[in-house]
Design a protein around this ligand. Structure first.
Ligand SMILES: [Zn+2]
Length: 324
């Protein structure tokens, strides 16, 4: 994969601070340094390495430890690497570029985790409002006791389904009078729009699933890099064999994207051939065969067989019908 190739240019140094990387030692007198990369002063470098890093940008590098040093092999200089995309900046010019990059591309700044939580919540609400405006639905009023004007029912639907899914709440929660009393106390208009039966919640859920699917499909089509898959097969608490398929890629607006494409129940044995059938189904459903990159999975022998079958399946999928 092309994006992996660039990693060969770099290395991560984890040696103790007393022994800086050998490649950074000044060159011997007989070999003058290249004109474009002046020699690195070992004392300056030592001081730089010994100073603890306090700037917040170092918390957003691939390694969790902000003290991990990354060096550019071409010129031996220390650099900052982005945790969320392939971007990197030399550090001799300070940390301005990483700060601008994190703020502009990933909407991350130096604020405290609490502030970031609030910001994340605001973004999630803004996303919900945008999605709700994109897919408006006409709907029936469920109560005449309030005006219902203070609540946008499309946004309520989106936020309510998000809440059910992320907090694993039952559909019948809307039938619980104590729950409804709490919501009505906060805003009586909720009675006008919030379903009073779990059947209507199911309709909401399926509708939101379709909207989300359309959004994910658009993001997959906008992938700038190849689409890499992570697979895992495990047994759920209710004894079902579930295959999870997650796609990871960089989008055309330079964001690192990751989506769950499927959580599929695997019927039959767990042979590579059988699992490959489900993996190919997911690949075809999302139309990502031409952009498929690496597939990551456990080091189990049935996964080797599975990969052979997926390779054959992908090949057949990519050959135009006229060549059969
Ligand atoms: Zn980045």
């Amino acid at each position: 994969m092309s994006s992996q190739g660039s990693f060969s240019e770099y290395f991560v140094d984890r040696t103790p601070l007393s022994s800086p990387p050998s490649s950074l030692s000044p060159p011997p007198p007989s070999s003058p340094p290249p004109s474009l990369s002046p020699p690195v002063d070992p004392e300056q470098l030592q001081a730089k390495l010994a100073r603890p890093r306090t700037c917040w940008v170092f918390n957003h590098m691939p390694d969790e430890d902000p003290e991990t040093k990354y060096f550019n092999l071409a010129n031996g200089r220390m650099e900052w690497r982005c945790k969320y995309c392939p971007k990197k900046y030399l550090l001799n010019g300070g940390t301005r570029c990483p700060k601008v990059h994190l703020r502009a591309i990933h909407l991350i700044d130096e604020k405290s985790p609490r502030d970031n939580k609030v910001k994340k919540r605001q973004l999630s609400m803004e996303d919900s409002i945008t999605m709700a405006k994109k897919y408006p639905h006409s709907r029936r009023r469920l109560s005449e006791e309030a005006s219902g004007l203070s609540i946008d029912p499309d946004v309520l639907e989106k936020l309510y389904i998000n809440f059910l899914a992320s907090c694993n709440q039952p559909f019948r929660l809307v039938e619980c009078s104590a729950f409804r009393s709490l919501l009505s106390f906060l805003n009586e208009d909720v009675e006008v729009w919030l379903p009073n039966s779990s059947d209507l919640v199911t309709t909401w859920l399926m509708r939101q699933r379709d909207h989300e699917r359309e959004r994910v499909q658009c993001r997959l089509w906008s992938a700038y890099t190849r689409i890499h898959l992570s697979l895992d097969l495990w047994t759920s608490p209710n004894h079902m064999a579930i295959l999870g398929v997650i796609a990871t890629f960089i989008s055309d607006d330079s964001a690192l994207e990751s989506f769950v494409l499927a959580l599929r129940q695997v019927k039959g044995d767990h042979s590579g051939e059988n699992i490959a059938k489900y993996v190919m189904e997911v690949i075809q459903e999302w139309g990502i065969a031409p952009k498929l990159g690496y597939i990551q999975m456990d080091n189990a022998s049935n996964n080797d067989t599975m990969m052979k079958h997926v390779s054959i399946g992908k090949l057949l999928h990519l050959i135009p019908l006229s060549l059969y």
